[in-house]
Design a protein around this ligand. Structure first.
Ligand code: FEO
Length: 401
């Protein structure tokens, strides 16, 4: 049975929610699920904005059929060719063989790579800034390359001020009936769903996001309809401000993320002692993560949020602890910049983890090291305790600058 919600007079949400999928992109845990958003505009022409993941296509087609109410489908706009939004297109064509598929040259290059089916006669190629009039509405296509993939574009409905924003402004978390942010008490857990989505999926492409934000700054936006997560029709300025920070790699707030890898608890002990000292000195909202217990996506999100990071790891196979190594590659791969970082290493006979962590940090931009490298030989004794005390003072002084 269909499930849809009205957004404006001519527009409704006909997406789907997945609360069974364990890993988004087979990588990221999604304990609160994820939505695949699709929208239908019923103007003089009918226009579908993207489709959903193939595993949810049954529900999607029920929704679409109901929303069309017996009309034919004139257009489908493909803002993003990633399969979680486009893999249902060949099935859509079987049901609506005359539908015009609107995309750009790169969209169609990818389409031909993904699908064997010949869709040539259905394709309508648009360029950056082109418009499509559908009756009462005029849709403008704005290219947003590398706001995840190279073919990405967003579509702006000039008539109602709706921005179909593709991956931009998206978030993890299934929609629980409430599809608008103003229908819930939007709290830190909701921001975290957006932050973890942004940092892990789009975080690497900050410059591309900034370029989209610049293009969008001249638009009068009444609602933002992303491909995942909630629809924004209130507090849009607040959302854009948050995005500007994320895209420019500016910390949201001063604070410390402590990330540690520990086998027998001694490096963990150092991290705990440091956290306590920082708290004693007035640092609030310290975040601590055991790299062996928490998926890197959560830790990365915290590192984007706060100004300071402490990396503490034991030595392992003459390098750094394996799970810390995984996390460090995640940090570097997402191009995090402009952070102040301190290092604690542990090693019983040949401490190496500090050097290995530093090597990766050296490959990143605008990273400032705070304090001396703290080296622990096996466990914390008085000497190491004093070094941690000094490190805590150095971090606090730097935060208070
Ligand atoms: Fe769910 Fe890059 O898309």
């Amino acid at each position: 049975m269909h499930n849809k919600r009205q957004i404006t007079k001519d527009l409704c949400w006909i997406g789907t929610n997945d609360r069974r999928l364990a890993l988004f992109e087979n990588v990221y845990p999604i304990p609160t699920g994820v939505s695949f958003n699709s929208y239908l505009m019923t103007d003089e022409k009918t226009v579908l904005f993207d489709t959903v993941d193939k595993c949810m296509s049954h529900q999607f087609f029920d929704n679409l059929e109901c929303a069309l109410a017996g009309r034919k489908l004139d257009y489908v706009i493909v803002n993003h060719m990633e399969p979680d939004h486009s893999a249902t297109l060949p099935d859509l064509l079987l049901r609506y063989p005359d539908v015009k598929i609107v995309g750009n040259a790169k969209t169609f290059m990818l389409m031909k790579q993904f699908f064997q089916k010949d869709m040539e006669q259905n394709l309508v190629t648009v360029k950056d800034g082109d418009t499509l009039n559908t009756g009462r509405h005029t849709l403008k296509f704005i290219f947003a390359p590398m706001v995840h993939w190279p073919e990405v574009m967003v579509t702006y409905d000039e008539t109602d001020g709706t921005l179909f924003s593709a991956d931009a402004f998206g978030g993890f978390g299934a929609l629980n009936g409430n599809i608008f942010t103003d229908e819930i008490d939007f709290d830190e857990s909701n921001w975290e769903n957006m932050r973890r989505y942004y940092t892990n999926i789009v975080g690497k492409y900050g410059m591309s996001v900034m370029s989209l934000l610049n293009k969008a700054s001249s638009l009068k936006i009444n609602q933002i309809c992303p491909l995942h997560g909630m629809i924004w029709r209130k507090n849009i300025d607040l959302l854009i401000e948050k995005y500007k920070k994320w895209a420019s790699y500016e910390p949201e707030e001063k604070g410390v993320t402590i990330v540690y890898g520990s086998i027998y608890g001694n490096t963990e002990n150092a991290a705990e002692i440091l956290a306590g000292m920082l708290a004693e000195k007035g640092i609030r909202n310290i975040q601590m993560f055991d790299v062996s217990a928490v998926h890197p996506s959560y830790i990365l999100s915290s590192c984007f949020r706060y100004s300071h990071i402490v990396l503490a790891a034991n030595t392992y196979n003459a390098g750094m602890f394996v799970n810390m190594e995984t996390f460090m590659h995640c940090l570097a791969a997402h191009s995090l910049k402009n952070r102040n970082i301190s290092i604690i290493e542990n090693g019983s006979w040949a401490p190496m983890s500090g050097r290995k962590i530093k090597e990766i940090l050296d490959s990143m931009k605008d990273i400032k090291t705070i304090g001396e490298l703290v080296t622990i030989t096996s466990s914390i004794k008085d000497t190491e305790f004093k070094k941690i005390e000094q490190l805590a003072s150095d971090i606090v002084s730097d935060i208070q600058v």
